[in-house]
Write a protein of this length. Structure first.
Lengths: 180, 329
């Protein structure tokens, strides 16, 4: 199994340099003035970074209020009867709530649960799968839509949440099935 | 939709914080103003404590006092390092350093007294007992509305700062990938890539012309996501959004293609969850990668469900109307 980890690590180290190398070389072959074109494209970086600030502030402050207020414990108590039905232990529920909201928050919850229950416990495996298969939906929504100044998001949010819920249900079901 | 989620995060957060604070006040959780009988123990004989001077000492709180005041069953007396600043002949300000042994209630109190603090502050009245021991009555500085305070400081202020830091931090990597993408665009690589996956992409994004640069950018973003290259994925995704926005006839409102693209991104089509594996390995898992299969299946299912949902929802009248109403020419 260490070999698999090695392969994954090597791949993630090699991937970005190879992509850059390939694109630049291809550009040279096609006689593109690579330096000038690169700079021209890179100019936009600053504008995009600045453009997403208001969207990101709005989203992160709301998430910050939610996280620091202790609302998580409150929500856990309310939802746990429902999540019990799909075989999710109450301990794993904070992970399911945190995953779409905050990447660093979810990482914290995952580390804490793994420290308490052990990485090879059922709960430890379950939060690992949730972490791996989920995404910080609200951050992505804020940044992506913010970069093109879109505030009317139409059906992106409900569809994103449906996908998140599907991912969580699958994580719970699969872990119970494989390791339960 | 985002409006309601935003509103509920904030409203639920603040209401819960207020509820917790009122519960703490009504149960007097921190025992504000309560007198605690303690002993100050000095390393060397100290005949007199002089006004205006700082002294290092240990403060010892009998287990019986902790039991009486906080209902905490301690097996032995609590001894903590402290510093006192004498203000009067028998009065002083005390700063108690908290550590791992400190009861949680005191650590919470320290954090509530001053943000991120590991020092508990209070006042003492002392009477000399022996060469290096003083009897002291400790009154800790009172705190109230601790949750609302932490919502303000940790929630609102800190997160607003984090948001800007994140956005600024993105500028460099954004510039790099936007530059690289421009080369790929100018060399015709993007169009080529778009042509390669045409059978799939035209079904997913029927509104986007198959050879449009948006297609190429989206393909690159999704590939970066699959490989777990988070650093590259976001800039490539934003590039794709920019291209998609060029096809947008109603600026400020998301198009069908944007929604589909967003859902593919949020459902995380990732094959190699490198961070998760690293954490599992670091915490001593016998087999850190055993979750890989479950992750791949779960993420695939969530992506399929997401795409199905986004396609079906886009046909709903509510969402159609938003796209067509007041469309700019």
């Amino acid at each position: 199994m260490t070999t698999l980890i090695d392969i994954i690590q090597t791949l993630s180290i090699l991937a970005i340099p190879s992509i850059i190398f390939f694109i630049v070389t291809y550009g040279i072959i096609k006689k593109v003035k690579i330096y000038e074109v690169f700079v021209e494209g890179a100019k936009e970086g600053f504008n995009v970074g600045v453009r997403i600030i208001p969207y990101l502030v709005a989203m992160l402050v709301a998430i910050g209020v939610f996280r620091t207020s202790g609302a998580m414990d409150f929500l856990t108590i309310i939802i746990s009867p429902i999540t019990n039905l799909i075989g999710m232990p109450a301990e794993a529920l904070p992970m399911a709530i945190m995953r779409p909201l905050s990447g660093s928050g979810a990482l914290g919850v995952m580390s804490e649960i793994i420290n308490t229950h052990g990485p090879d416990s059922l709960i430890g495996r379950m939060v690992s799968v949730m972490m791996g298969s989920g995404e910080t939906t609200f951050y992505v929504l804020a940044v992506y839509f913010g970069s093109v100044s879109i505030s009317r998001t139409r059906h992106a949010v409900p569809a994103g949440i449906i996908a998140d819920i599907a991912g969580i249900i699958m994580s719970v079901w699969l872990v119970n099935l494989i390791f339960g | 939709m985002l409006n309601y989620i935003w509103l509920s995060l904030i409203v639920i957060g603040i209401l819960v914080a207020v509820a917790i604070d009122f519960r703490d006040i009504s149960t007097d959780k921190f025992r504000n103003g309560e007198e605690i009988q303690t002993e100050l123990i000095f390393d060397s004989p100290t005949p007199q404590l002089e006004k205006g001077k700082h002294y290092k000492c240990n403060i010892s709180i009998p287990a019986s006092e902790m039991q009486k005041i906080y209902r905490l069953p301690l097996s032995e007396n609590l001894v903590q390092e402290a510093e006192i600043i004498v203000s009067n002949s028998n009065e002083a300000v005390i700063k108690i350093s908290t550590d791992e042994q400190t009861p949680i209630i005191w650590r919470e109190l320290a954090a509530a007294q001053r943000k991120d603090s590991h020092v508990l502050q209070g006042k003492i009245h002392f009477v000399k007992f022996s060469e290096n021991v003083f009897n002291a009555t400790l009154i800790l500085n009172p705190v109230k509305f601790t949750k609302l305070n932490s919502v303000t400081n940790d929630g609102v202020v800190r997160y607003a700062k984090t948001a800007v830091e994140l956005a600024i931090g993105l500028i460099g990597i954004m510039a790099l990938w936007l530059g690289i993408m421009k080369i790929a665009e100018a060399s015709g690589l993007i169009t080529k890539l778009a042509g390669l996956l045409k059978p799939i992409t035209t079904r997913l994004f029927p509104d986007v012309p198959p050879e449009h640069p948006a297609m190429g950018a989206m393909i690159m973003n999704i590939s970066a996501n699959i490989l777990g290259l988070a650093n590259a994925a976001t800039p490539l995704g934003l590039k794709a959004m920019e291209e998609l926005n060029k096809l947008n006839k109603k600026l400020g409102t998301a198009t069908d293609a944007m929604c589909t693209f967003l859902v593919i991104n949020t459902s995380n089509v990732q094959l190699i969850p490198a961070t998760v594996i690293a954490i599992r390995a670091a915490s001593g898992s016998a087999n850190p990668t055993e979750i890989l299969g479950a992750v791949i299946v779960a993420t695939t299912v969530s992506t399929i469900v997401g795409i199905t949902a986004v396609k079906s929802l886009s046909k709903l009248k509510v969402f159609r109307k938003q796209l067509l109403e007041g469309r700019q020419p």
